[in-house]
Design a protein around this ligand. Structure first.
Ligand SMILES: *Cc1c(COP(=O)(O)O)cnc(C)c1O
Length: 454
């Protein structure tokens, strides 16, 4: 067999399986690509003979269907990781999503004071609510916490020194490395202490007239255990006050409520940072806060005003959908009980174990008769996925040991279903954790699982 046995493009296009596909240019393009791929396979010897016309036509049709689907698609998150950066981090509350939707579809008073009819700042609606939630005297919002960090360092420390503990020179993921962020900001990093021990005396010894800031960075996605010590924020604040140097606290995940009663201890809260006297606290909008992607700076008014005058502020400003969603998210925090109920991130992180077990049992029942061994098991889940420290929460998983395919093949089939399903793959099994699966998605999840395990 040779490539000459492949049909000509017009003959393939005339096949009934392709008759209804539009636009015709796209059909022609797909047909050419499919034929070219087969030509290569025949020439290289990786295929021995050319497929039948029917098979080729159906391959082109399948390609067209695949190409017609959007690349960004809904995913059912059965990994148990609530804040999964690869899956878009925090799902929004209904009211926040509705606000973003309305902002997207129409016009809004983004930079207009409706009382005076004059121009206003797009930061206005956010300032009041951030201050209300955090207790700060001023606040401003940019595209993410990385942008907030660059803005703060550039505005307040360019050409000067920033003192940071060696134990806090972290990489958060996605290329956010503290030393690199300092470098692009034009500030000089002054490392003090060692990886495991940094005392306040180390900071004090490094203070010179060139010192612009003392900075604390929360080690968001790892922990140093054992013989370790780091100067407290209160000690840093006292040192800063003595030398008139502002203290910056990059808390990262931005916890606005105390989640310790729910088994989530150790996360620094925004309020605590400010109460301890940090001049500025920096945090993400789409981590524990449960809102849209953005970075919030809260703290001293004079410093926030300097940030807002920096030309970078224009490059880092948030869009209308983000600001609308953020305002609605922050509004929920006026009633903490409301926030716990309505913010998916907080609801998922605090779901009681008994409820997870009941849901897992229901899923197992719904999977009766599938071609796999289905068991229920207690597990420990790392729910932060690189956004929170390695907080381990007890959880319940439905473990699938497929009979006919490997665990990797099953996981791949699930990723290709509609909606896509993402699960954990572990030692011969596919694990489903329902913590981050919305109730409204369980029907789709069961359908995808049953189809993948025929
Ligand atoms: C996540 C994190 C960042 C980066 O935040 P983004 O909003 O993802 O840019 C910065 N600092 C800390 C401590 C973090 O945890």
């Amino acid at each position: 067999m040779t490539p000459r046995d492949l049909p000509a493009v017009p003959k393939l296009l005339a096949h009934p399986a392709l008759a209804d596909h539009m636009p015709r240019d796209a059909v022609t393009h797909a047909a050419r690509e499919v034929l070219a791929a087969w030509r290569d396979r025949l020439l290289s010897g990786s295929a021995a003979e050319s497929p039948a016309l029917d098979a080729l036509a159906h391959e082109v049709a399948a390609k067209l269907v695949a190409e017609s689907r959007p690349i960004l698609r809904r995913v059912v998150n059965a990994t148990g990781i609530v804040l999964h950066t690869n899956l878009g981090r925090a799902p929004l509350a209904e009211s926040a999503a509705a606000a973003a939707h309305a902002a997207a579809l129409g016009y809004l008073n983004l930079e207009l004071d409706l009382v005076t009819g004059k121009r206003s700042s797009r930061q206005n609606p956010i300032r009041a609510s951030v201050c209300h939630v955090t207790g700060a005297e001023a606040a401003t919002v940019v595209n993410n916490c990385a942008a907030a960090t660059i803005l703060v360092l550039r505005t307040l420390a360019a050409g000067r020194e920033v003192i940071i503990s060696r134990g806090q020179l972290v990489e958060i993921g996605g290329g956010f490395r503290i030393p690199d962020i300092l470098a692009v900001s034009g500030a000089t990093l002054r490392e003090v202490g060692t990886t495991n021990i940094t005392r306040i005396a180390d900071y004090a010894a490094a203070v010179t007239p060139a010192t612009a800031l003392l900075m604390r960075v929360h080690a968001s996605n790892f922990r140093i255990r054992g013989f370790t010590k780091c100067a407290s924020l209160a000690e840093l604040v006292a040192l800063g006050k003595a030398h008139d140097i502002p203290v910056i606290d990059d808390v990262g995940s931005g916890m606005a409520l105390d989640l310790a009663p729910f088994g989530l201890p150790g996360e620094p809260s925004i309020r605590e940072g400010l109460a301890a006297g940090a001049d500025l606290v920096l945090f993400s909008g789409d981590k524990l806060l449960g809102g849209p992607q953005c970075g919030i700076v809260a703290g001293r008014r004079d410093l926030v005003e300097r940030l807002e005058r920096d030309p970078l502020m224009r490059a880092f400003r948030c869009d209308k959908m983000t600001l609308a969603a953020l305002e609605a998210t922050l509004r929920l925090y006026r009633d903490p009980a409301d926030a716990m109920r309505k913010l998916p991130v907080l609801r998922m992180l605090t779901t009681p174990l008994g409820e997870l077990r009941t849901r897992a049992e229901r899923l197992r029942t719904a999977l009766q008769g599938v071609n796999a061994e289905v068991t229920l098991r207690d597990e420990t889940a790392y729910v932060g996925g690189g956004s929170l420290p390695d907080i381990a929460l007890p959880t319940v998983v439905v473990a699938l040991k497929p009979h006919a395919v490997s665990e990797g093949e099953l996981a791949a089939t699930l990723r290709h279903s509609e909606p896509a399903v993402l699960a954990r793959v572990q030692a011969g099994e596919v694990l489903l954790d329902l913590r981050a699966v919305f109730e409204r998605d369980t029907g789709d999840l069961v359908k995808a699982l049953r189809a993948a395990l025929l």
